[in-house]
Write a protein of this length. Sequence first.
Length: 98
Amino acid sequence: MSIEILNESGVEFDARGISELAGFVMSELRVHPQAELCIKAVDEDTIAELNQRWMDKDGPTDVLAFPMDELRPGKVTEEPTQGVLGDLVLAPTIAERQ
C-alpha cells in the first residue's frame, strides 16, 4: 500500500504512527495492497477554507475526506479492488484539542 504523509500544518505530529494506523486499517478492510492514500496535515485556516468550499460549513474541522475511486471494504472471499482511495486532510491542532 502506498501511504503518503504531507505535513503543511506547521506543527509536529506522529506521521509514522498515522501511516502505520492507516496501513493497519486498510489491511483489515482488505483494501488492495497497491491502493494509494494521501494524508495531508494543514493549519486551521486551510482546513476552514476547505470545509467552507467543499462542505459548505463555516470554521475549521479536524478531518476532511476526499475519496477518489470509491473503493469499498473487501470480503474475505473476494479479491480486493485496486485503485486510489483519495485524500485525507487533517488539522492536527484541532484533532489534539478534541
